[in-house]
Structure formats: C-alpha cells, structure tokens
Design a protein around this ligand. Structure first.
Ligand code: GDP
Length: 475
C-alpha cells in the first residue's frame, strides 16, 4: 500500500508538472488559457501604480465600462491566485494598494526588479454560445520588469572592446562623466588584475550611471548596475569600460573585465530574455511623456530614442539570439501608453496621444511590420486631480486641481500642447536647449483621498480602454 501511494503521488506530481509545462508552452489551449501580460517602461514611468490600479479595477469593475466583457457582464469574477513561477518575486499588490487607499494616501515604492502576479478571470459569455459552453477561466499573468533591462539587448551584439569604444566615446561629451573618466584614464588595462581596482572603476562608473539617469539620459547600460537586486556586489556586476591596451595578456585587468562583461551577457541578459521576455503574449510600454516634455527638448529627444530602442526588442530579427527564442511566436499586441494624463485637462489628451504616436512612429512601423497590433494611448492609472476651468485675465484656462506633495491644494495650468506634434519633436531632434513658444509645467500631485463605492476600483483615465485593447479579445 505504501509503495502504491508513493507511486501514485509520483504520477500525480508528474501529471501536474506536465499540465503546467503544457499550459505554459501552448498558452493552455488544451486546458485553461494563460495570457502573459508584460508591463514595462523606464524607471518612474508608472508601472507599479498601473499594475496596482489595474488589478483593483479588474476585481471591482464598476469603473471599467470600456472593457466590453466587464460592461456586458461576461466577466463573472476576478480573483488573485498563486502565480505559476515559483522563483519570481510576487508583485506586492496588497502593500501597494494599501499605500494608495490609506487615509493618508501616498505613492507606492517603484519597480526595482522583475515581479509577477496571477489574476484568474471567470468568464461566462452571454448569448447562445455562452449558455452552451458554460463558464471558463482565463489566467492573466502580469509580469512587471524594468524597461532598462530591454536596453541591455544591445549588449548582446557587442564585444567588450566594442562596448568600451562606444561608451567612452559617448562619455567624453558629458561633464557628469569626468570623475569616472579620470579614474579609467588613470588605470592601464595591461596591468595585472586587482579586485580593488575593479571595484573602484565599477563604483565610479555606477555613480556616473545614476547621475546620467537623473539627468534624463536613457543610455544607461548595463541596466542591472542601476537596479542590481540580489546580484549586487557579485562579479558579473563588477566591471566597467576601459581604454583598450595594445596587448591583451592573460591575468590582466582588461581580460578579467572582458570575462565579466561576457558573463553579464550570458548569465544575466540572456536568461532574462529566455525565461521571461520570450514568454510574453501582450505588452504595455508605459511612457512618462509629460515628464520628458516638462524637462525640455533634450529629455524629449532622449525619450524618443529610448522608446525606439526598447521597442526594437520586440522586432523579430533584431537579434539572432532573441529571434531563436521566439521561434515563430511573437508578442501579439503592444500598447504604448503615455501615463499620468491626469496632469492635463482632457481637452489636451488628443494632443498627448498624437505626440505618443509621433514619438513612436519609426519604432511602431517596425513592430507593425512583424504583425503585432500596436496602439498609442494617454492614460492615468490613478487619477489624482479634478478638472477646473478658470478665468485668467479675460482668458479661460483649462486647469487641473489636486493636492501637492507638500499637502497644499493647488490648481494649475500646465501649458498647451501643440496640435502638431512636430512642433515639439522637431526642435528636440535638432538639439534645441529649450522650448521656444511655451513652457510646460508639471506638478507632482499626491494621490487623492479615496472614498470608493462598493464594486468600484480607484479612479483612472482610460485604464478600461487600455485593458480592452490588450486582452479584450481573450475574455
Ligand atoms: P515605476 O518606476 O515605473 O514603477 O513607477 P511608479 O508606478 O512607481 O510611478 C512613479 C511615480 O509617478 C509615482 O510615484 C507617482 O508620483 C507618479 N504616477 C504614476 N502613475 C500616476 C498617475 O496615474 N497619476 C499621477 N498623477 N501620478 C502618477
């Protein structure tokens, strides 16, 4: 009997495992379908707030009229379930929601690494078909990861020597890189390797990356230097670019740096693309376009390039390694969403969306070419403002009002976005120092105190439309 139980549990175990692998591979076509929704964007783009509000608004669907299956009642229930991947941290939904819905609401802490959450949706299609088939369950696996990690894809095409050339060339033009360049010029790659030297170079380079990111530069690779997670301090993250010595011998600083760079590619970058990126079915790329416009033409142009690079990762054929991973599978839908649209009166949302469309035009054309459906949108995951039209010196101004981080209430007029996006994007491309015609001001609002009606999630702008585009066809 004991033997039998053992054998039986072995079989049961391998069966369950079998089911999981099949589900993962064929998106559960045979059993319950699984949609893997990737959520990415550069640091502070709004990923954490988006996922938190998305989950809350799917569980309580009172504010989701534009999600058709929610509006017509096909979605019967949505609930959180244990996620399928045991080794990825769970997205800390409960803590983030508690931050936003507390009596003294505050913004949750931002994405630092990859995390995941599984929502299961019980669907009973209406009409004859629905009554014939009965209810079914669709699993939505939400995968949150930093956009910076996608930028590392470019490293796969480069040797250490090429990467050093590129980076050092770029850094020469930036004042903030002077301290690092002084350190790297002061050491010779042909010298025998010393760990202390590697650490000194690396900490100086990482300091530069933080400054560069704060200054709005997006080309801050390797992406894990900024968000190291549990790899902090390990050799794969302890290297830096160096001028190439004439002779490269064994045991030299250059050789060890080169080895670590290669290890970073094979042990950090490739596993991310293989284990996570290649399994995504639908993707939302969040973009803080208003933040960039507020920061000026340079930041706007930088954002345009970053988006082109990020979206390049979704283009089959961009990289042989990634194409091989996808093997004919592809990301089916990609949404580019400008976040924090609650900083603007709704009359200006079409202009913001037009900027998104233009900003992403090159990249989008390539993604479209690969057969993915793409769309641009302006959203606010959590609406922190109300609209107000004010009279100012005989002019009516469309303002937004909210609570500033200082606790003060303020109404403000952020400036008028042009109808023609090239009025902003052309000077940005040409390297203008500041906007000529206008100034844009963006305030940082605190989340508003919420009093939610039963069945209602937190207030948002177009979150329902975003979800309809991303997964509406599967519900
Ligand atoms: P992440 O780094 O991509 O995870 O970004 P977060 O989701 O943490 O968002 C960064 C910051 O942007 C937040 O702390 C908020 O200040 C702001 N933010 C994000 N989403 C919204 C939104 O929908 N409305 C407003 N007003 N601010 C937002």
């Amino acid at each position: 009997m004991g033997t039998f139980t053992l054998v039986f549990s072995d079989i049961a175990d391998s069966l369950t495992r079998g089911v999981e692998t099949v589900q993962d591979r064929v998106s559960g076509a045979l059993f319950e379908p699984v949609i893997r929704l990737g959520v990415t964007g550069l640091s502070r783009a709004g990923k954490t707030v988006f996922i938190t509000s998305l989950v809350a608004n799917l569980i309580d669907r009172g504010r989701m009229p534009q999600l058709i299956s929610a509006a017509n009642g096909s979605i019967r229930a949505v609930y959180l379930q244990p996620q399928p991947d045991d080794t990825i941290p769970r997205f800390d939904y409960e803590t983030h929601l508690a931050a936003l819905t507390s009596p003294t609401p505050h913004w949750p802490s931002s994405t630092r690494s990859i995390s995941e959450l599984r929502l299961s949706v019980r669907v009973q299609p209406s009409g004859i078909l629905g009554t014939m088939t009965g209810p079914r369950t669709v699993h939505l696996d939400i995968v949150d990861y930093p956009g910076e990690w996608l930028l590392d894809l470019a490293l796969l095409d480069k040797t250490y020597a090429q990467w050093c050339d590129d980076v050092l060339e770029r850094l020469k033009k930036r004042d903030i890189a002077t301290p690092f360049l002084t350190v790297s010029d002061g050491c010779d790659g042909a010298d025998p390797f010393q760990e202390s030297m590697a650490q000194k170079l690396n900490s100086s380079y990482t300091e530069y990356l933080h400054l560069a990111q704060a200054a709005g530069f997006y080309d801050c690779t390797p992406g894990r230097f900024l968000l190291p997670g549990d790899l902090a301090g390990s050799p794969v993250l302890t290297f830096a670019p160096l001028p190439r010595p004439d002779k490269v011998r064994r045991g030299t600083l250059w050789r060890e740096m080169e080895r670590r760079y290669d290890a970073y590619k094979s042990k950090v970058v490739k596993p991310f693309f293989r284990d996570h990126f290649a399994r995504i079915d639908r993707q939302i790329v969040l973009v803080d376009a208003l933040g960039a416009i507020n920061a000026g033409p340079k930041a706007t142009e930088d954002l345009r390039q970053a988006m082109a690079d990020i979206l390049g990762a979704f283009r089959p054929g961009r990289n042989a390694f990634v194409s091989q991973l996808f093997l004919g599978k592809r990301v089916e839908r990609i949404l580019f969403a400008a976040t924090k649209a609650d900083h603007l009166h709704h009359r200006q949302h079409p202009q913001l969306t037009a900027i998104m469309n233009a900003l992403l035009k090159d990249a989008r054309a390539r993604a479209d070419f690969s057969g993915a459906k793409t769309q641009a949108m302006s959203i606010a995951s959590l609406r922190a403002t109300v609209e107000e039209t004010r009279n100012h010196q005989g002019q009516t101004l469309d303002c937004v009002r909210g609570t500033l981080m200082s606790g003060k209430e303020a109404a403000f007029y952020p400036g008028t976005l042009p109808d023609d996006p090239s009025k902003l994007l052309a000077p940005a491309r040409e390297g203008a120092d500041r906007w000529l015609d206008a100034d844009y001001e963006i305030m940082t609002f605190a989340p508003a105190v919420l009093s939610l009606l039963p069945g209602h999630g937190p207030p948002h702008i177009r979150l329902d439309k975003a979800v309809e585009f991303l997964i509406g066809d599967k519900l």
